[in-house]
Design a protein around this ligand. Sequence first.
Ligand SMILES: [Cu+2]
Length: 382
Amino acid sequence: MAALKTTLAAVAAFAGTTAAHGFVSGFVTDGTWNQGFLLDYYYLLVNTGSMPDIASWYAENLDSGFVSPDMYQTSDINCHINSEPGVLTSSVEAGGTVEFQWTEWPHGIGPVLTYVAACGGDCADADKTALEWVKIDEAGIDYDTQVWAAQDLIDNNNTWATAVPSSLASGNYVFRHEIIALHGGGSENGAQNYPQCINIEITGSGTDSPSGTLGIELYGADDPGILFNPYVTVTDYVIPGPALYAPSSGSGSDSGSDDSTTTTTTTTTSSAATTSATSEAAETTTTAAPTTASATSTTTTTSSSAAANTTTTASSGDTVALYGQCGGIGHAGSTTCAEAWRDEEVSEQGRQDDDDDDDDEEEEEEEEGGEEECHETGGLLG
Ligand SMILES: [Cu+2]
């Protein structure tokens, strides 16, 4: 952390200029609640030189912002901007569930994904550039309802439950949970990745150690599921990233090692786990129904690289001009920014979510004054 602190002063000047999208403020492993990395910890570190020891990774997404496609080939795609490993390691049993609790999430368009990477030792010492990610959970859009996974997450009290495949070998892993917001995905560099990392030991008797994909090889800016206009009836969506891990029991073949961006077959919502997720987090969450319940649609579709080109009926006449509102609480109008503008959230408070562990309160909605506006691209995080 010593080296970390030297860089903090330099970026402190940029703090607080924009407002929240969101981050994972807490997570539940096998029913036990754990502290997430709060943006306040950044300032705590700046001001006092220390912050609480947690399993969640440090990151400098100080506006709760995102990693954009032009950053996919940088180390920031791993665990967000200037990330550093958490000091602690939580624990989950193979076959168990990790529930990620986001701050109030504003974007209902886009996939939700979870990866794991074996650390080969203490994840507190992990080198993010060497971590090889295995996708264990992915969900895109339900073609029947046209509801995206991100909306399912919102509807489930801003939480997402990922079942840990029972076949995975025990050991220390970094869990990489991610929302990719696609409300601006129709434009180059318009997708928004929100990766969040946590050190979690997987216990149990699994033996599978699948090979994975380096962070810089996960995505390309022009992947069909990244450069994607969502403002149409979606009939084929290719979830970004490598293939979903398939437990090797029976087949013996590892999966998730291929960083192919031309997946030919995908399921709209799926989980690699063989057990159904049952949240045991009733004491910490008000709506404990796991979002993996949304995996009822197992429609298989043959996707093609033309996915991004099939979105020809974009509502271009229904876009929002510069600084017009394009989202946020209570916004019912268009969420599409006019060309060249990107949505950014603004907040009266101009502050981050500072709710500590009161992660489960419905009334939080009121203190979130955020709405979204169309802004010029290439801002602070560009
Ligand atoms: Cu946002």
